[in-house]
Design a protein around this ligand. Structure first.
Ligand SMILES: NC(=O)c1ccc[n+]([C@@H]2O[C@H](COP(=O)([O-])OP(=O)(O)OC[C@H]3O[C@@H](n4cnc5c(N)ncnc54)[C@H](OP(=O)(O)O)[C@@H]3O)[C@@H](O)[C@H]2O)c1
Length: 264
């Protein structure tokens, strides 16, 4: 791929496009946002060109749809039937299926990507789905584009994107929430704010590093820290008795339900 137009340059698109640019320095990138501010910010980082309006859409190999699902109606009204049929339309919108994107844009070659923000540091997860108009070699090229900054998981059933978005795309928020809780508890015990935050970050960083380099799975690693009737055992018993796992599953189920609502 040689050229890309980005519609919507918020938190996720900026992380993703910056990551892609790092390993594809020749990629010609055009950016668009209604207020121009964030399109300009992103263009400055990726040597891109900012579009003043949607009156003239550049002819590029791919178009990244990165506005919020609620903003897509307005965007698609401006883009309908204007995108070259041979170009890829890559959507990162949560919950909006390719059938809806096809109906609203009149485009053929559709790709869903569900990234997450650790893409910015080259450690993301991207869930991918390709519609029937994408060839095997095109799939390989597109997968490569995202695998430079994330581990890619491809699904032939698009519904899996909806099911897993609340787990992997939203997942960093849950990890940050755990870090926030750890820091808050440390602070309650009298540790100063800066040290509390540092302690929480180091706890998650060290544990993640250990997990990613260990031959053991997460459950085995947990057991290695848990002596029978010790202090970790006592805390884990509370998590189990209070239903941490069903609570987590319920939250992810709720995210899935919301993804389905967003697509309507
Ligand atoms: N955040 C995540 O971790 C994450 C993960 C996976 C997928 N996603 C998906 O990524 C998309 C963007 O999320 P975000 O968190 O990056 O949102 P965000 O920070 O609010 O960014 C939305 C961007 O869309 C632009 N926009 C608004 N209306 C538009 C229109 N009519 N045409 C073109 N662009 C328009 C906004 O422009 P202005 O700057 O002018 O307001 C802004 O740059 C969503 O669909 C979300 O489901 C997000």
């Amino acid at each position: 791929m040689k050229s890309l137009t980005v519609f919507g340059c918020g938190n996720m698109a900026s992380a993703l496009v910056r990551g892609i640019f790092e390993t594809n320095r020749d990629l010609k990138i055009s950016t668009y946002t209604p207020t121009k501010t964030r399109a300009t910010e992103l263009a400055n980082v990726v040597s891109g060109i900012v579009l003043d309006s949607l009156d003239e859409i550049p002819h590029t190999d791919a178009y990244l749809i990165a506005c919020k699902p609620q903003q897509f109606d307005e965007l698609s009204e401006n883009l309908k039937l204007k995108l070259p049929p041979e170009s890829f339309v890559i959507s990162i919108m949560a919950g909006v299926p390719t059938s809806v994107i096809k109906a609203k844009l009149g485009a053929e070659k559709l790709v869903r990507v569900m990234p997450n923000t650790p893409t910015l540091v080259g450690e993301g997860i991207s869930l991918m789905y390709f519609n029937e108009s994408i060839t095997v070699s095109e799939k390989e090229g597109l997968t490569k584009l995202f695998s430079d900054t994330s581990k890619v998981y491809t699904f032939s059933d698009e519904e899996m994107i909806e099911k897993l978005s609340g787990l992997t795309a939203s997942g960093p928020a849950y990890v940050f929430e755990i870090a926030r809780i750890v820091a808050a508890i440390a602070e309650n015990y009298g540790v100063d704010k800066d040290s509390s935050n540092e302690m929480a970050k180091q706890l998650l960083f060290g544990s993640s590093k250990m997990m990613s380099t260990s031959e053991f799975n997460p459950e085995e690693l947990r057991e290695q820290v848990t002596s029978k009737n010790g202090i970790t055992y006592e805390a884990l018993k509370v998590f189990q008795n209070e239903g941490l796992e069903p609570l987590f599953s319920k939250a992810i189920g709720s995210a899935y339900k919301r993804a389905k609502e967003l697509g309507k």
